[in-house]
Write a protein that binds this ligand. Structure first.
Ligand code: UDP
Length: 252
């Protein structure tokens, strides 16, 4: 499937809809490819990180699919007159992949979050998607036990490795171990297991529809304010880039 992209501050974002994204992942899983297909659901924080951190820049360049996670990315693509189809957020994509996995019997390895959250989220996934196979699970605090963990994942050989270590830790971990991981797909999903387990509440749909999920997160988890400083910085940079592109369309 053609994966049209729009470049935002040097990060190539997929323009596929959620449905097309799920179809692309299905194709990857059917193809039985060797190297993990690395999906990043990137928000403005990741884009800003890639501006200053060469490793993160390289990770975004080498990822197989980068989806627009967050209204900031959607708006930035519109400013460039080259819009992405829609927001494809990590949590939403994870649920869609579990739904599809439930239909086709895909296997998942659930990595990340505290032991309690990981166990609870895995139990809920098993309950809600009984035909999806949970090939294994591990909490996200495995310092000193990494070799064992990778062996466990490779014995499980999942179709999808779900990595919930928070961004960009999860992207760096997947990148670092891509060469040795036996999984068809690897995707970072941030705090999604906390939401599935019920430990953190996602913004109500009403807030999401108003594109105010970021504000809800800021109010409900105020300790994140420092991280969210990347948002206004991103908006200014992306807007200036879009003006340059509109004036000089060949650079798009
Ligand atoms: N986490 C982890 N290992 C670590 C650090 C964090 O598994 O070494 C988990 C943490 O328990 C939480 C998630 O990573 O479940 C981070 O969630 P956050 O909401 O910060 O991620 P974001 O969605 O902002 O990327």
């Amino acid at each position: 499937m053609a994966n049209q992209k729009v470049d935002i501050l040097g990060v190539p974002f997929s323009k596929l809809s959620m449905e097309q994204t799920v179809r692309l992942v299905s194709e990857v899983i059917e193809k039985d490819q060797q190297k993990p297909f690395h999906i990043i659901t990137a928000n403005p924080e990741i884009v800003m990180g890639a501006q200053t951190e060469p490793l993160l820049k390289k990770i975004t360049e080498e990822a197989d699919l980068i989806t627009p996670d967050g209204i900031g990315i959607v708006l930035a693509s519109r400013w460039k007159n080259d819009p992405v189809y829609e927001r494809v957020a990590g949590y939403d994509l994870l649920l869609k992949l579990l739904e599809e996995g439930n239909l086709f019997g895909w296997s998942f390895y659930i990595l990340g979050s505290s032991e309690e959250v990981n166990q609870l989220a895995t139990d809920k996934i098993k309950e809600q998607y009984p035909n999806a196979v949970i090939a294994g699970r591990h909490n996200g605090f495995f310092r000193g036990k990494e070799e064992e963990l990778i062996r466990d994942i490779n014995e499980a050989k999942p179709d999808v490795l779900v990595v919930a270590l928070g961004a960009p830790r999860q992207e760096k971990w997947i990148f670092e171990h891509k060469g040795e991981l036996h999984t068809k797909v690897a995707i970072g999903v941030g705090g999604s297991l906390d939401v599935i387990a019920g430990a953190v509440k996602r913004a109500p749909v009403f807030w999401q529809k108003l594109n105010l999920e970021w504000l809800y997160r800021l109010i409900s988890q105020p300790s994140r304010w420092r991280r969210q400083l990347a948002l206004p910085q991103f908006a200014v940079k992306a807007f200036l880039e879009s003006r340059r592109d509109v004036q000089n369309p060949r650079k798009k």
